[in-house]
Ligand binder design. Structure first.
Ligand code: ADP
Ligand code: MG
Length: 408
């Protein structure tokens, strides 16, 4: 590939390629820890549609990506977790019997938090050595954090010899991120990293955690374009949007008794009560209510084989996030608008919290090469920035690539 910074996702989803695993990581483990290891992997994710709906009890449609975090792991005879990331830093230790584990406010909190929350959930973990590597870009909205939590949690449970209930694992990992790391994310990222299936996205009801796999046509690719910007607004504005949604529900509750979240409000109801809401609150609510509808319509379109209609809904999602929810930014709009003008692009939208990070484009396979090349040129011409582009397909959720010795 001649374009600088364009990363093609080389590994296909098929099991043989995944099983080929990471011999270099396991070799490095041998050097680092002096014994053999098992190998585990958990994916990052893209959310196809359903943005800012999770904390409104709504619907999301994520897909696991083949981009994964890898953990070479082996049991120890004591009660220590000793772990190191190839992204940098020395090996760190955590005593599983620490009576009052407290966060260190660095990356190791994701690992410690998962161990703490699995023990709270009733799994009497054993000590382990772990060496961690990742091809999920860090901090770009593809959920390297959930991939790290889930891969570590899965490895620890496999070493314990416990058959993993994937929903339980996802919940423990979310608790680790909420209560130990201190990041108040929803459950989507951990859920899809646990339950993703190759060739499928997953419709998740964030209220009931009911879910269903939705096939994605093999004729399209999920192309993630990283804008390479992170505007500082992001976390403050995220909290404001959450507050706007809660305010909307509070104002609507006397008019629509029984609603608990925007998930319970239809567009017709919202419009009927528009006068009861301040203008901005109304627009925030309209995004959430219409986005929930778009997720369900999108699933219906995919299940009917109408990928073009799905793409139109993805485009409408971007416009709603830009105009009603107001969480886009110039760079994300440029990426989406460039994609909308390209041949073979079914849909494109900003993904994640907003104010930077990535867009997701649904691109016909035969148009992908042209897309990556034109996108890199077009975005650089407009912004002077070089985008990172990842061409992905929906992959499997967390898996054992090679079991560790005691669990085999
Ligand atoms: P995202 O989940 O979108 O990638 P987050 O900010 O939620 O972004 O999570 C990124 C953080 O997760 C990193 O700053 C780091 O602390 C931690 N992390 C993720 N993957 C790894 C890894 N392989 N090694 C060490 N830390 C990691
Ligand atoms: Mg994250």
């Amino acid at each position: 590939m001649s374009i600088v910074n364009v990363k093609l996702q080389a590994r296909p989803a098929s099991p043989p390629a995944a099983i080929a695993g990471r011999p270099a990581l396991q070799k490095r483990f041998r050097t680092e820890f002096g014994h053999e290891s098992g190998l585990y992997r958990a994916p990052g994710r893209a959310n196809l549609i359903g943005e800012h709906t999770d904390y409104n009890d709504g619907f999301v449609l994520p897909a696991a990506l083949e981009l994964s975090t890898w953990v070479a792991a082996a049991p120890r005879k004591d009660r220590i977790l000793r772990f190191k990331s190839l992204l940098g830093g020395d090996a760190l230790e955590f005593n599983l019997d620490d009576p009052a584990p407290s966060p260190r406010h660095d990356w190791s909190d994701y690992v410690r938090g998962v161990a703490v929350k699995l023990q709270v959930a009733g799994f009497p973990l054993e000590g382990a050595d772990m060496l961690i590597d990742s091809d999920v870009p860090i901090g770009s909205g593809l959920s390297s954090s959930a991939a790290l939590e889930v891969s570590v949690g899965f490895a620890l449970l496999d070493i314990l010899g416990v058959a993993v209930d994937r929903v339980t694992l996802a919940q423990a990992c979310q608790r680790a991120e909420n209560e130990f790391v201190g990041m108040h994310c929803g459950i989507m990222d951990q859920f899809i990293s646990c339950l993703g299936a190759a060739g499928h996205a997953l419709l998740l009801d964030c209220r009931s955690l009911a879910y269903r796999q939705v096939a994605i046509a093999p004729s399209v690719r999920l192309v993630v374009c990283n804008s390479m910007v992170h505007h500082k607004l992001a976390s403050g504005e995220y909290n404001k949007r959450r507050a706007d949604c809660e305010h909307g529900v509070a104002l609507l509750t006397p008019l629509l008794p029984g609603i608990r979240a925007l998930r319970d409000v239809t567009l017709a109801q919202l419009v009927a009560h528009q006068a009861a809401l301040p203008e901005v609150t109304f627009r925030r609510c309209r995004h959430v209510v219409t986005e929930d509808e778009r997720v369900l319509k999108g699933v219906a379109a995919l299940e009917a084989g109408d990928v073009a209609e799905f793409g139109r809904l993805v485009n409408a999602s971007h416009r709603s996030l830009r105009d009603d929810y107001q969480v886009s930014c110039r760079e994300l709009d440029i990426l989406a608008e460039l994609a909308w003008g390209m041949e073979g692009v079914l849909g494109s939208r900003m993904m994640g919290g907003g104010f930077g990070g990535c867009t997701l484009s649904i691109v016909r396979t035969e148009a992908v090469k042209r897309f990556t090349s034109d996108m890199a040129k077009g975005y650089t011409a407009a912004t002077n920035l070089t985008p990172e582009i990842f061409v992905c397909s929906p992959g499997d959720g967390v898996s054992v690539v090679a079991p560790s010795e005691s669990a085999a």
